[in-house]
Write a protein that binds this ligand. Structure first.
Ligand SMILES: [Zn+2]
Length: 316
């Protein structure tokens, strides 16, 4: 009996030992390196980079990166020269907060997290070309971001504009939508308000038509394509000037054919020129209504709201 059990033990395959051995072989012989000047057809496989805001991967990562790895290996077996690099999306609030919590410098926190994640990825056997790794917080990477930004600035594609943001007066900080859910600050729990702030914008609308055309050839699920085209947000229409209090007010419409049926024109409560359009008698009421609208409203809440408004006193 004793003997038989020992035999079972002996015949067990030590997967850990085997994978360590082969992973070392792969690494030492650089077998996943993309070749330069190869005769083979090229293929580029790129996954979304993990955020090193935690020093581990979760099951979602394993699923995602296994799919990419299987595909890269499949293409190699089909004779392609596959470029399959890896990188780390390492700037941002989550990493900063994690570093604060641990009481260490964000750089050290991030470098440790990247090292740890790499270990996991190697243990998973993902076939990355480890000679081509980037980290977005390294100057030799972000200098290219800076160059692109300067090019966009030169061409008027990057500009500053005032726009409403989620603001926590207590923390004196701008919050992302996810950090202001339910109108409460995720850090202090205090109420979040909308505040006008000057910030940077990239003029993606200049490329709307090109982006939409690019979508057509993609083999993506229709649902995702619809989301993308909504986000690109191209809308065909005309701008009509309405004369109000002796001034031209351009109004955009996609339905010029209905112009003769216009009974009223609406201006958004957060429009920067709202008070210019008001008559003196209506000003106080409009102002208090606009103030009320500054309260933070989530997208879900907005969808359920009844339309509300007040008269500005102006006639077109
Ligand atoms: Zn706060």
């Amino acid at each position: 009996m004793e003997k038989a059990e020992t035999n079972v033990q002996d015949s067990r395959v030590d997967l850990n030992k085997i994978s360590k051995k082969w992973q070392a072989e792969w690494e030492n012989h650089h077998i996943f390196r993309a070749e330069e000047d190869s005769e083979k057809p090229k293929y580029y496989v790129l996954e979304m980079f993990p955020y090193p805001s935690a020093s581990f991967l979760h099951m979602g990562h394993v699923r995602n990166y296994t799919i990419g790895d299987v595909f890269a290996r499949f293409r190699r077996m089909q004779g392609y020269n596959v470029l399959y690099p890896m990188g780390y999306d390492s700037f941002g609030l989550p990493a900063e907060n994690a570093a604060k919590k641990e009481g260490i410098h964000p750089r050290r926190y991030t470098e440790n997290a990247i090292r740890k994640i790499m270990e996991y990825q190697k243990a998973l056997g993902n076939s990355y070309d480890w000679s081509r790794v980037i980290s977005t917080c390294e100057p030799d990477y972000y200098r290219w971001n800076q160059l692109f930004f300067l090019k966009m600035l030169e061409r008027g594609l990057a500009y500053r504009k005032k726009a409403p943001v989620n603001w926590c007066p207590h923390c004196e900080s701008v919050l992302a939508n996810e950090e202001a859910e339910g109108g409460k600050c995720w850090r202090c729990g205090g109420p979040v308000v909308k505040k006008e702030m000057e910030q940077w914008f990239l003029k993606t609308t200049a490329y709307a038509q090109e982006l939409l055309e690019g979508l057509e050839g993609l083999e993506w699920p229709e649902k995702i394509k619809k989301m993308q085209s909504d986000w690109i947000g191209r809308s065909e229409g005309v701008e009509i000037n309405f004369k109000i209090n002796g001034k031209n007010w351009p109004v955009f419409t996609t339905r010029l054919d209905t112009i003769f049926g216009v009974t009223f024109v609406v201006i958004a409560a957060d429009h920067p020129k709202l008070l210019e359009i008001c008559t003196p008698e209506r000003r106080a009421e409009v102002q208090s209504f606009a103030e009320k609208c500054k309260r933070f409203i989530s997208e879900e809440e907005r969808a359920l709201l009844e339309k509300e408004g007040v008269f500005t006193g102006a006639y077109a």
